[in-house]
Design a protein around this ligand. Structure first.
Ligand code: NAG
Ligand code: NAG
Ligand code: NAG
Ligand code: NAG
Ligand code: NAG
Ligand code: NAG
Length: 410
């Protein structure tokens, strides 16, 4: 009699030549996710803000400070307690924050500037030290994208030396078939800080690369070599999206040539983070309700499709968007299940929340990788982890609150 072990071995041996790693498959599209177990032991607080909060980031040089995009202003938060306090609002220049206002936020690697994208093409450079003290002249630069590259800037990241910025322009222009793009800016900064004048810095867009439809989430690899970018749909005839790997050096010299690899990444992949050792790329596939993990090495080696590069596919809650490791140990990931389509057909009984995912269990493919879900408000969207760990801030877009989550004792 053949034991279970040897039968399994024979099957594995027979299929090994096809593709061992093909065991993990990409999730299909899904409207609402199955309910997740509630986590009720985690302390959370919230503070009301006077607009829909979007991008959120902790300061690096100013203690207990975070910055949040509040449509027409930049909010400054005092984060010395679990409950954040809105202490200042820096007005953003009106022509550049029409209708949809400020979107993504990043901090330059040297911690001196806050870069804010706005949904009307542009990028603002804000002096972090000045903003932290509530100085209304903190906006030192306004960068205008090229109309060909797109019309709706959504996220931004800089090179390690902060010399260039990469902006995802979600909707490209008509002339490129509405494909979204990554637009590249050569950055300049004022010679003095605090700044003495508003809006004196101008920088040039040095080009762009079109990707798929609806280019949204981006992040830089820790060694600065790669930019990862998600497109919600591969093209206007598909429902699935992609994860692109771009070569940073080429982006800064000849953007259209920067594409290294493209992997299928489920339905509407919208945000991406990378482990600090650069090995694993984590993506939220919003319309699949899944968190995906890819091998960075295999993405680059394989160049197309990426099926071998997929390391894990974890069912989370409904419409996941923002994600972050909860602390520097990177043992857990917090995923914001936005439930952003609440009220639309098929989303009747879905809920929002914050899934806590055990990273090792996810990579081993274990069913219990999701520890559970912490309650949140309406449309939790972006997340930021405190530099010293312990707290994650969530911009809860629909509820107009910023939520503080005590992730220290999970
Ligand atoms: C979790 O808690 C929420 C709010 O209290 C409740 O509506 C929901 O039914 C609970 N879900 C589960 C799976 O227990
Ligand atoms: C700087 O710009 C802001 C709006 O962006 C405005 O409120 C402030 O008055 C300006 N300051 C000066 C000195 O022009
Ligand atoms: C942002 O503010 C403007 C001006 O007050 C308003 O018209 C617009 O609806 C706001 N946008 C959002 C997304 O709240
Ligand atoms: C689809 O994209 C192509 C080019 O990529 C464009 O020419 C065409 O107009 C688009 N079709 C629709 C229906 O948007
Ligand atoms: C949510 O609603 C759908 C159909 O409206 C139903 O199939 C599903 O069982 C419901 N889920 C829960 C958790 O109630
Ligand atoms: C904010 O916190 C209060 C309790 O302090 C709670 O009642 C409320 O539901 C929370 N709101 C959101 C949107 O999380």
């Amino acid at each position: 009699m053949i034991s279970k072990f040897s039968a399994g071995f024979l099957v594995a041996a027979a299929f090994a030549w096809i593709d061992i790693a093909a065991a993990i498959s990409l999730p299909n599209c899904q409207t609402i996710a199955p309910p997740q177990k509630n986590i009720t032991t985690v302390r959370t607080t919230n503070v009301s803000v006077p607009a829909h909060p979007f991008g959120i980031v902790y300061a690096q040089q100013q203690k207990d400070t975070a910055f949040v995009a509040l449509n027409t202003t930049l909010g400054v938060l005092d984060t010395s307690a679990l409950i954040p306090k809105l202490i200042h609002q820096i007005p953003l220049p009106a022509p550049y924050v029409s209708i949809n206002g400020a979107t993504g936020i990043t901090l330059t690697h040297n911690g001196r500037y806050i870069l804010v994208t706005t949904f009307s093409t542009s990028l603002l450079i804000i002096d972090a030290a000045a903003a932290a003290t509530g100085n209304p002249d903190a906006v030192v630069g306004v960068l205008i994208g090229s109309p060909a590259a797109g019309s709706s800037a959504i996220e931004v990241h800089t090179t390690l030396d902060d010399d260039h910025a990469f902006v995802s322009q979600e909707d490209g222009s008509l002339q490129i078939g509405r494909r979204g793009t990554i637009e590249v800016f050569k950055l300049q900064y004022p010679s003095s800080s605090p700044p003495t004048k508003n809006h004196t810095v101008t920088c040039n867009s040095i080009g762009y690369i079109p990707l798929g439809g609806l280019v949204v989430g981006t992040t830089l690899s820790p060694d600065g070599r790669y930019l990862y970018a998600t497109s919600e749909i591969a093209s206007n005839t598909t429902t699935e999206g992609t994860l692109s790997v771009l070569d940073v050096e080429t982006l800064t010299t000849n953007p259209p040539d920067a594409l290294i690899a493209t992997a299928n990444a489920g339905c509407s992949p919208v945000r991406v983070i990378v482990s600090s050792d650069g090995s694993t790329v984590w993506v939220t596939a919003r319309e699949s309700n899944h968190l995906l993990a890819f091998s960075a090495e295999k993405l680059v080696a394989e160049r197309t499709s990426g099926s071998n590069a997929l390391l894990a596919s974890v069912q989370v809650g409904t419409s996941p968007v923002g994600l972050t490791f909860t602390d520097a140990s990177e043992k857990q990931i917090l995923v914001a299940n936005s439930n952003r389509f609440a009220g639309e057909e098929g989303f009747g009984n879905a809920t929002s929340g914050l899934s806590i995912v055990d990273v090792d269990a996810a990579l081993r493919g274990e069913a219990g990788a999701v520890l559970g879900e912490v309650r949140s408000g309406m449309f939790p969207r972006e997340v930021a982890r405190a530099p010293e760990g312990g707290t994650v801030l969530v911009s809860v877009y629909g509820s107009e609150v910023v939520q503080g989550v005590d992730v220290g004792n999970l």
